[in-house]
Design a protein around this ligand. Sequence first.
Ligand code: ZN
Length: 134
Amino acid sequence: MNNIEHVGIAVKSLDKSNKIFAALLGTSHYKTEEVKSENVRTSFFKSGQNKIELLESTEPEGPIAKFIEKKGEGIHHIAFAVDDIVSEISRLKEEGFIILNEIPKKGADNKLVAFLHPKSTNGVLIELCQEIAN
Ligand code: ZN
C-alpha cells in the first residue's frame, strides 16, 4: 500500500461545499465528475500533495445519502494508492479484511477502486485505488 491518495468527505450540497473548501484551501476544485454506478457527484481539490474528494449523492437512496442520514456530513473514507489492486485485494483478504467488491470497479478520477468494510477496519471505510494507465 502506498500514500493516502485522497480523503473522501460526504456532503449534502456539492455547490455549497465547493465554496467552503475553496475558501479553506485557497484554491478551487479542479474537476467535477459523476460516478453513475455509485450514485454520486464528486469534486476534487488539491492541497499540496494531497487530494480531497467531496461526494454528494445523486439519489435519495444512494450510499452517500444513507451515510449522511446515519452519521451526518463528514469524513466518509480514506483512499490509499496501490500499484496492483488485484494483488492487494487478495493480500488483504488473506489478512482477514472484508472486501466489499473483490472485483475492482471503475471509480472517479480515472481509478480502479475497491472498498474494505469498516467493520474490519475500526470503523473506517478504506478505499484502494489504482491509476488506470492511459
Ligand atoms: Zn474516494
